[in-house]
Design a protein around this ligand. Structure first.
Ligand SMILES: Nc1ncnc2c1ncn2[C@@H]1O[C@H](COP(=O)(O)OP(=O)(O)OP(=O)(O)O)[C@@H](O)[C@H]1O
Ligand SMILES: [Mg+2]
Length: 397
């Protein structure tokens, strides 16, 4: 690339063409000439110049048409085009800008004006190109960061699952090998004669070990099941349009009976006809998790007489919606609050999926729905607050 820039001059009058070319050439530009529109287009696509100076009136394809075709070609559309035309043709100016020109020089022109405009537009185009490249780099860097974050999140999840599986699997192996040893030892005793009481002890021990073994294996398969759920929830859903009120009602429907049975009052307050374009299953899953948590954790220990669960939604400025789930249960201790969104954090070992619930809620909001979740809690008043855009971001691959 020439330091000053390469300019394609398109002009059908040979004298004008030479005059302009000399002027620009003497100023240090690399100049290419085209005596008509056809050649101009051919020359531009053979090697895109940094600027086109284009005469309006030419036989054959005129300047406007040349400009239109340049602008229609994605490889050439960013090249600035300056029109050259007689001063009195006011209409030309308007038409020129309409077909994508950046500037207009009236004939007869002044040398300084031509040079100043050419330089300004080449600089501007270079800056724009650099900006575009930087933006592209930023975009791909951002995608890379998002990908890394997802991989890190997945890595943490897999590590957590492996860790969780390790305990019941380790126990299973230990129990199975103990059983095997005992059976062998017992088998070798048979030749020497076995007392009835030995037989009874062996049967009882074996049944007990087998029971423990089964429990460990059930726990293992439960964990695998929950891990599958996490993976499926996050990936296999399409964005759809739905009405939030309807979705909330549907999501809470299956939980109504057990809430009533527990004596918990469910109050639902929703704005009428709030349309969303988002991931319905993810939103429903989040609500169910929050309500289930209140059921199990907020009221579980202290009993639920007088328990109230309030689900409240409101539209916010900027096309956002806030959904709150309040309970008047036991509350969450401040140091616990910091950890409830961590994978496998639970205060109730051995129930549910062992602390994946809120981690999945957090992941769905930040990676799928483009929103966030926060918690505010003291004894007697806990509120999980989620905010999310009415239109979810498109999922990046
Ligand atoms: N409404 C609530 N009131 C009191 N404690 C809560 C509430 N919601 C969540 N918690 C606390 O946050 C912890 C983490 O919740 P999370 O949903 O991630 O796991 P979990 O419910 O224990 O297990 P699961 O994986 O089955 O959901 C709970 O163990 C509980 O201590
Ligand atoms: Mg939970």
């Amino acid at each position: 690339m020439n330091g000053m820039g390469e300019i394609l001059v398109v002009e059908d009058t040979p004298a004008s063409l030479k005059l302009l070319s000399d002027l620009l050439g003497n100023a240090g530009y690399l100049v290419r000439q085209a005596p008509d529109g056809e050649l101009a287009l051919w020359s531009a696509s053979a090697r895109p110049p940094e600027l086109v100076l284009l005469d309006v009136n030419m036989p054959g394809i005129d300047g406007f048409e040349v400009c239109r075709r340049l602008k229609a070609d994605p490889a050439l559309c960013d090249i600035p085009v300056i029109f050259l035309s007689a001063q009195y043709e006011m209409d030309d100016k308007v038409r020129g800008f309409q077909c994508g020109a950046v500037d207009f020089i009236a004939k007869p022109y002044q040398t300084e004006e031509v040079l100043a405009r050419a330089q300004a537009h080449i600089r501007l185009a270079r800056t724009q190109k650099a900006l575009k490249e930087t933006l592209e780099e930023l975009r791909s860097a951002r995608a890379e960061v998002a990908r890394n974050e997802r991989m890190a999140a997945l890595g943490a999840l897999v590590a957590g699952v492996a860790h969780e599986l390790n305990t019941p699997l380790g126990n299973s192996v230990l129990l199975a090998s103990t059983l095997e040893d005992r059976a062998r030892a017992f088998g070798s005793q048979i030749g020497e004669g076995v007392r009835r009481s030995d037989l009874e002890t062996f049967a009882a021990d074996t049944a007990k070990a087998a029971g423990l073994l089964l429990r460990s294996l059930y726990k293992t398969s439960e964990l695998v099941e929950s891990f599958k759920q996490v993976a499926v929830d996050q990936s296999q859903e399409r964005r759809t349009r739905f009405e939030l009120g309807q979705l909330v009602t549907q999501a809470l429907q299956p939980m109504k009976a057990s809430l009533a049975e527990q004596g918990i009052d469910l109050e639902v307050e929703l704005p009428p006809a709030l349309e969303m374009d988002s991931y319905a299953r993810a939103v429903a899953h989040i609500l169910q998790q929050l309500v289930r948590n209140a059921q199990v954790h907020a009221f579980g220990e202290i009993g639920s007489a007088g328990g109230v669960l309030r689900v409240h939604a409101a539209q916010l400025d900027g096309e956002q919606v806030r959904i709150e789930v309040h309970d008047n249960g036991c509350g969450i201790a401040p140091d616990t609050q910091q950890r409830i969104f961590d994978p496998f954090f639970t205060t109730r070992m051995g129930t549910g999926t062992g602390g994946l619930g809120l981690h999945v809620v957090h992941n769905l909001l930040s990676h799928v729905l483009g929103g966030q979740v926060s918690v505010d809690s003291k004894p007697g008043a806990t509120c999980f607050c989620i905010t999310l855009p009415l239109t979810a971001p498109a999922l990046s691959p």
